[in-house]
Design a protein around this ligand. Structure first.
Ligand SMILES: [Zn+2]
Length: 276
């Protein structure tokens, strides 16, 4: 019996060392995958899962290599702890373009969807991103961008917009999100606007066409300093995640990290949420 007990104990220790008896994850479990592995276009895709069932959302940064607030904001979501759902993040989609700080190197990635598995460069990357939208059953896809100007001041500009291809009568989701986010931005001149502006070959258009989900481009304004561009994009992404019922397990970024130039109402909101 003593020998048997020792064998049982030894087996249990081996299983523990393999993690098979490990306690269930209470915070967010993170997987890492690589799209276009082994090519110059290789880029990471992360999957964050909360412990409870919930919505599945994809956030894509770096579709354009000059729009730094897009990929820097996307990266901030990698440290989130989810209470529910699945968050798929491709923080730096077009790595060759980001490295050279150009919009694209050979073809505009956001005009390359649906792409092809046999295509080169952006075409294969677009294909693999869109495959992942299906693999993870993403009901919402958010492309993070940075545009010129502020749309509410000059309708020819796309800065501070949530861009959709679907009119309000068919889906008022974007307007609900923008209204809630703007309630936290005291300076009306900085408010977001919904812009109906379908772009052929974009991640948004292809995602909606292929999967009949919701997909938007979120644009910060390049007229603001980088920290402010990131904070505004974060507010807009948070607004979208909240609207589909995704919840964080822990507080968002501490108030101390909020840049001092953010409007007071946005700062107060972040402070309030940090106590949740
Ligand atoms: Zn862009």
């Amino acid at each position: 019996m003593e020998g048997l007990s020792r064998r049982v104990l030894a087996t249990a220790l081996v299983l523990l060392s393999c993690g098979l008896f490990a306690a269930p994850l209470r915070a967010t479990d993170v997987e890492k995958h690589v799209l276009c592995a082994g090519t110059p276009w290789a880029t990471e895709l992360y999957v964050l899962r909360g412990p409870a069932p919930g919505p599945s959302v994809m956030v894509i940064g770096g579709l354009h290599g000059t729009e730094d607030s897009g990929w820097l904001t996307a990266e901030q979501f990698l440290s989130k702890k989810l209470a529910n759902g699945t968050l798929v993040v491709v923080p730096r989609a077009n790595r060759p373009a980001i490295k050279r700080h150009v919009r694209y190197t050979t073809h505009d990635l956001n005009h390359s969807f649906p792409g092809s598995p046999k295509g080169g460069g952006e075409s294969r990357l677009a294909y693999e991103i869109m495959q992942a939208v299906g693999t993870y059953h993403c009901q919402l896809v958010l492309g993070l961008h940075q545009g010129h100007g502020v749309h509410s001041r000059d309708s020819r500009r796309v800065g501070q917009t949530l861009i959709t291809g679907i009119p309000r009568a068919k889906d008022d989701f974007p307007w609900r999100v923008v209204d809630k986010v703007n309630a936290h931005i005291s300076n009306r001149a900085d408010h977001f606007t919904v812009d109906i502006y379908p772009v052929d070959g974009s991640s948004s258009e292809e995602s909606v066409r292929k999967y009949h989900n919701r997909a938007f481009a979120l644009e910060s304004s390049d007229t603001y300093p980088l920290a402010k561009r990131i904070e505004y994009l974060r507010l807009l992404v948070d607004g979208c995640l909240s609207e589909v019922g995704m919840r964080y397990a822990t507080a968002p970024a501490p108030t101390a990290s909020v840049p001092p130039h953010l409007p007071m109402r946005a700062r107060a909101s972040l402070k309030a949420r940090s106590r949740d």
